[in-house]
Write a protein that binds this ligand. Structure first.
Ligand SMILES: NCc1[nH]cc(CCC(=O)O)c1CC(=O)O
Length: 311
C-alpha cells in the first residue's frame, strides 16, 4: 500500500508507547506511517473519571477517525465503551500483555504484608471492592493521574501502596517498581485489561486488512470478546465493580484428545459491595455467549446492575 497511514495518539507517555509500538509493527511490515497527536478531555482534566464519564480517553480519537483526520486509532481496550460504533471496526487485537493488576508498595511489601490501616490508592471501584473483600483492614484512597503521578504518591510516602495495571507499567519499562503481581483469585483484572484495540473506519478495507493481518492475535481477541460481553451484559462501564478474565486453556474432548477452549472468570459486586464470583468454559468460537452466560450467573447471584463510567 503506498498510502501514508495517519495514526492518532494521545500525548501521555503510555499512549505514545502503545501507539509507537503499533507504528513500529506497521513500519516493519513495509507501511509508511505518521503519528498525529490528539488531545482528549481525559488528559486535560484531573477530575475523577467517575465525573468526566465513559469514553473520556477514546471518544476524541474516534471522532478524529470518523472525520478522516486519522486512519488508525490505538486504544487501551479496557477504556473503550462496550457500545460499538457502527462506522468503526476493531481491525486488530494484538497479543495482550499480562492482564494482572500490580501492587506497588513501600519497602517492597506484598499485599498480605501491609499492616491493617495501610493506605492503598486506587480510583477503581472494581479494585476497591476486591481489596476490601480481602479483609486485611486496608484503607482505600482515591487515586488518579498518569502513571508517574501515581507512582510518586508511594515514593513520597503519601500512600503505603497503589494498585495499577501491570500492562501499563510493562509498556513504560517500569516493571521493576512492582512489589507483587496480584493473583487473579485476589484481584480479577478489568475486562480487556492489558489488551489494545486498533480501530479503523469500516469502509477502509485496505487499512483494515493490513492491520488485521499484521497485528491481530485471535486468542487475545477471543478472550477480550468474552470479557467485554460479560461487562456489556451487566450494563456496567469499566469503573463499575466488575472484573473478568478469559484464558485459552487446554481441555480434553469426548475422545480424550487435547483441545483448546476458552475459560472465563468473572467478579461483580452486590449493592452491599460483597464480591460475587462465577466462571464457565466454552468453545473459543462461542466467546460472546460465554460472557453472557457468566454475567447471567452473576446476576442470578445478586450482582448489582450499575451503569457507571469507567475508571
Ligand atoms: N483506565 C486507566 C487505564 N487504561 C489502560 C491502562 C493501562 C493498562 C491497560 O492497557 O489495560 C490504565 C491504567 C491502569 O488501569 O492502571
Amino acid at each position: 500500500m503506498n498510502r501514508r497511514i495517519r495514526i492518532g495518539t494521545r500525548g501521555s507517555r503510555l499512549a505514545l508507547a502503545q501507539t509507537g509500538w503499533v507504528a513500529d509493527q506497521l513500519t516493519a511490515a513495509g507501511a509508511d506511517v505518521e503519528l498525529v497527536p490528539i488531545s482528549t478531555p481525559g488528559d486535560r482534566s484531573m477530575a475523577p473519571i467517575a465525573e468526566i464519564g465513559v469514553g473520556v480517553f477514546t471518544s476524541a480519537l474516534r471522532t478524529a477517525l470518523l472525520a478522516d483526520e486519522i486512519d488508525v486509532a490505538v486504544h487501551s481496550f479496557k477504556d473503550l465503551p462496550t457500545t460499538p460504533d457502527p462506522g468503526l471496526s476493531v481491525a486488530a487485537v494484538p497479543r495482550r500483555e499480562d492482564p494482572r493488576d500490580a501492587l506497588v508498595a513501600r519497602d517492597g511489601l506484598r499485599l498480605v504484608e501491609l499492616p491493617p490501616g495501610s493506605t492503598v490508592g486506587t480510583g477503581s471501584p472494581r479494585r476497591a471492592t476486591q481489596l476490601e473483600a480481602l479483609g486485611l483492614g486496608l484503607v482505600v484512597r482515591p487515586l488518579r493521574g498518569n502513571v508517574d503521578t501515581r507512582l510518586r504518591k508511594v515514593a513520597d510516602g503519601e500512600l503505603d501502596a497503589i494498585v495499577v495495571a501491570r500492562a501499563g507499567l510493562a509498556r513504560l519499562g517500569l516493571l521493576d517498581v512492582i512489589t507483587e503481581s496480584l493473583d487473579p483469585l485476589q484481584m480479577l483484572s478489568a475486562p480487556a485489561q492489558g489488551a489494545l484495540a486498533v480501530e479503523c473506519r469500516v469502509d477502509d478495507v485496505d487499512i483494515e486488512h493490513l492491520i488485521q493481518s499484521t497485528l491481530d492475535d485471535p486468542a487475545s481477541r477471543a478472550a477480550v470478546t468474552a470479557e467485554r460481553a460479560l461487562l456489556a451484559a451487566l450494563e456496567a462501564g469499566c469503573s463499575a465493580p466488575v472484573g473478568a478474565l478469559a484464558e485459552v486453556v487446554e481441555d480434553l474432548d469426548d475422545e480424550g484428545r487435547v483441545k483448546l477452549r476458552l475459560s472465563l472468570r468473572g467478579v461483580a459486586a452486590t449493592s452491599q459491595s460483597d464480591v460475587l464470583r462465577a466462571s464457565a468454559i466454552a468453545e473459543t468460537t462461542a466467546a460472546e455467549q460465554l460472557g453472557r452466560d457468566v454475567a447471567a450467573e452473576l446476576l442470578d447471584l445478586g450482582a448489582a446492575v450499575l451503569s457507571g463510567p469507567e475508571q
